[in-house]
Design a protein. Structure first.
Length: 756
């Protein structure tokens, strides 16, 4: 690789060790700075620099010292993600930076020296940090050198005084002058016993200080136990923070302790408060005739639930008939709001949780199981209360009329995606015979699903069909199998019907002008999308590059052009990442990814709070009780509902992702040394990312590619051997050897297997 031709090898080999100390330091600074000024260099973390330059672990502290000195001298900058780059840039980049700086000065952007700002402190494991200022997306975060951090801890709300303004590419620097509020109250860590006291070493490396545990405050935790600690004193002067152990989570290696630690570190509630549990226990388990008053009786309508084999909270059922070319589709959703009254203990806890969380070894439900798996679950053969969206759809897949009504239903059959798939594709005669009375309806459902999907695609809806990772654990909680779980005709069928209901409900209530919670997905940021389109263009795909906003249909066309190309998975993911995240809002601004003008979440009130909330609004309207007072009430509370639900959804996604990565690393630890075939899924200046058929992704570091020097061609996303001219590029099949799997960092390292 071209970067390795720089003088960095002197840094590694120890040449010049006989020089005086200051001469040696000067030389190493020059070497590292010149490396960062190389044309091919892209910002990277210290550990990646060490790997790139093949610095042995015993020498890496010297690298950190040199980086810290360059940082203080202003020759390099560091991002909040810990990536280093040289301040001096090529002329073109310098011009861009100057223009950006002038623009900031003209528009009043940029933090002013001596001014005080309030924000959130984000700590780095090496001691320095950043302060994020809310509402200042146009500005960079303020860099806080280690000596200016004071007593601030990760997540604290702080006041920061600017000491150096942003200039010539250098990030604005400041000093924490006051801590307004501590952001972290509990820490998950490992208990270390000492004579008469102990310490908790935090799992979160950003929380850089151990917690002192006084004698008698450890709940009899033993050395090495994983514990939850409540911080009582954040420390002053030279004192460490002090806390008490509130829960012993278990010993490392015990079943479920690893996942529990991750869940607790994200403050996920594992148990329901006593008041909530008691309220759930008082909910009756059966219905009587009085519960049906004012509801449409659909118990004679044939309907089914279609879910995964292990699902227990069944909140949607579907029915279908067809006559005179018109499909009559019913989407029937559990009426959870009948049992969870507004502002009750159950409701407050549901809002606090926001969503159910699906981890690799457990579900953390939004509602107690007495409700979610009982009276609210649409179990076959049981009378249940529902909200039904009844739609009439023509043979072009257009919804021509609809009704939203309160109903009582009785599901005929609890079906699985696996069996419905076999029926629709004619794969299993025995399964088809078992459900022979339902087969005609299911086949018509398959027809309608295709029509709805075709119509949605025609208007420009984007389909990112990435397989999910499924992890099978043994009885001790160890991963024994990881495999991709892709959508099939049955999962798509339910998705198509749920999308139709969600759009229909959203359109009706948007046109009514009532307060409501919508699911919105904004148009992508122009600059981000422009950069991705440039990359796609360089890969040989025709794209319409323009300054104007891109449309969903244009993204769909690009994905169509990419189909079958080796780089398809990489660019599909890149396009997805360039888009904004969907969120809950009180304004109906549309859904970019679905190319839908109206969209909401109506179909999962057991596991999503926004669905539960809009069910209340729908029922108030259907019953003629939406008074001016009620309208004002909903207008007042829905902003909080939308914001809280979006935040809890992000938390759930993050903890789900972290536990999957952890189990993948644990699984691959059992396969160290094995050779496997994979596909190059990413190419960066520090190596190749390779994805195995089981969805595990690992990194081939450049320093392990020893058969040649490789040049990284950024524009083409590939490495080319200087002598052999061997090429490694996106989508290419390669054989790799599993070198390392780190459960703590949740990463996997590969090396390329030599070709014969």
């Amino acid at each position: 690789m071209a970067l390795l031709h720089c003088k960095g090898v002197i840094f590694l080999t120890g040449k010049g060790e006989n020089l005086k100390k200051n001469q040696q330091l000067k030389k190493r600074k020059k070497i590292l700075y010149e490396l960062m000024c190389c044309k091919e260099y892209e910002p990277m973390r210290a550990r990646d620099l060490a790997v790139l330059l093949q610095i042995p672990s015993g020498k890496r502290e010297e690298l950190h010292k040199v980086l810290d000195i360059l940082l203080k001298e202003g020759k390099v900058t560091i991002s909040k993600r810990g990536k280093y780059e040289a301040v001096r840039k090529p002329e073109k980049d310098r011009r861009k930076q100057t223009e950006k700086q002038e623009k900031k000065e003209k528009t009043g952007l940029g933090y002013k020296k001596g001014h005080v700002y309030t924000g959130t402190f984000i700590s780095h494991p090496r001691g320095f940090g950043f302060v994020e200022i809310p509402g200042e997306e146009e500005r960079q975060d303020i860099f806080i050198p280690e000596e200016q951090v004071g007593r601030a801890l990760h997540g604290d709300t702080v006041q920061v005084t600017v000491q150096k303004e942003e200039k010539n590419g250098r990030r604005c620097e400041g000093a924490v002058t006051r801590i307004l509020e501590h952001g972290i109250e509990e820490i998950v860590g490992t208990y270390e016993q000492s004579a008469g006291f102990g310490f908790a070493v935090p799992d979160n490396q950003r929380f850089a200080r151990d917690i002192f545990i006084p004698q008698g405050k450890a709940m009899e935790a033993e050395d090495g136990d994983k514990v939850l600690v409540k911080i009582k004193d954040y420390g002053r002067g030279g004192k460490s923070p002090e806390g008490i152990v509130t829960e012993i989570l278990g010993k490392p290696g015990e079943k479920g302790v690893d996942v529990l630690c991750v869940a607790k570190s994200y403050d996920l509630p594992m148990e329901f408060p006593e008041k909530v549990a008691n309220q759930a226990q008082r909910v009756k388990e059966t219905l009587n005739e009085g519960d049906f008053y004012g509801r449409e009786d659909l118990r004679d309508v044939v309907m089914v639930t279609i879910d995964g084999e292990d699902a227990k909270d069944l909140d949607d059922a579907v029915s279908l008939t067809k006559e005179n070319g018109l499909y009559h589709l019913g989407v029937h959703i559990a009426d959870v709001s009948n049992y969870v009254q507004y502002s009750s203990a159950l409701d407050r806890e549901a809002l606090k949780r926001g969503t159910s969380v699906y981890l690799v070894d457990r579900v953390i439900p939004m509602l107690p199981k007495k409700l979610s798996n009982g009276i609210c679950s649409l179990n076959a053969g049981e009378d249940r209360l529902a909200l039904s969206c009844l739609m009439d759809i023509n043979e072009k897949g257009k919804i021509v009329s609809h009704r939203i009504v309160e109903t009582v239903i009785r599901v005929n059959e609890r079906m699985t995606y696996t069996d419905v798939k076999k029926i629709l594709l004619g794969e299993d005669e025995a399964v088809t015979e078992k459900y022979r009375e339902l087969v005609p309806m299911l086949l018509e459902m398959g027809e309608l699903s295709g029509l709805l999907r075709k119509r949605r695609k025609k208007r420009g809806a984007i389909d990112f069909d990435f397989p999910e990772s499924k992890i099978r654990l043994d009885d001790s909680g160890k991963p024994v199998e990881i495999y991709p779980y892709e959508q099939n005709v049955a999962t798509r069928l339910i998705e198509d019907f749920m999308l139709a209901a969600n759009e229909t409900v959203a359109e009706e209530y948007a046109l009514l002008g009532l307060p409501f919670v919508y699911r919105t997905h904004d148009t992508p940021d122009g600059e981000k999308m422009e950069a991705v389109l440039e990359m796609v263009h360089q890969a040989g795909v025709k794209v319409k590059k323009a300054k104007e906003e891109i449309s969903p249909k244009e993204v769909q066309k690009i994905l169509k052009e990419l189909e079958g190309m080796e780089c398809e998975p990489f660019f599909a993911r890149l396009l997805l990442r360039s888009m904004k995240q969907a969120r809950y809002t009180t304004q109906c601004s549309g859904h970019f990814g679905l190319a839908a003008k109206y969209y909401c979440h109506f179909t999962s009130p057991i596991r999503r709070y926004p669905d539960l909330q809009i069910h209340r609004i729908i029922k108030e309207h259907l019953r003629g009780k939406m008074t001016e007072a009620k309208i004002r009430h909903y207008a007042e509370i829905l902003e909080e509902v939308a914001g809280q639900s979006s935040a809890m959804e992000r938390r759930a996604e993050e903890v789900e992702r972290e536990t999957v990565k952890m189990k993948k690393a644990e699984f691959m630890k059992q396969h160290i040394g094995e050779v496997m075939e994979g596909t190059i899924s990413g190419v960066t200046e520090w190596g190749l990312y390779v994805e195995l058929p089981n969805t595990v992704e690992g990194l081939v570091h450049v320093n392990s590619m020893r058969d040649d020097y490789y040049t990284y061609e950024k524009e083409k996303y590939r490495f080319v051997g200087d002598m052999t001219k061997k090429v490694y590029s996106m989508g290419q099949k390669v054989k790799v050897r599993v070198e390392q799997a780190d459960i703590a960092t949740k990463t996997v390292d590969f090396s390329l297997e030599r070709e014969d």
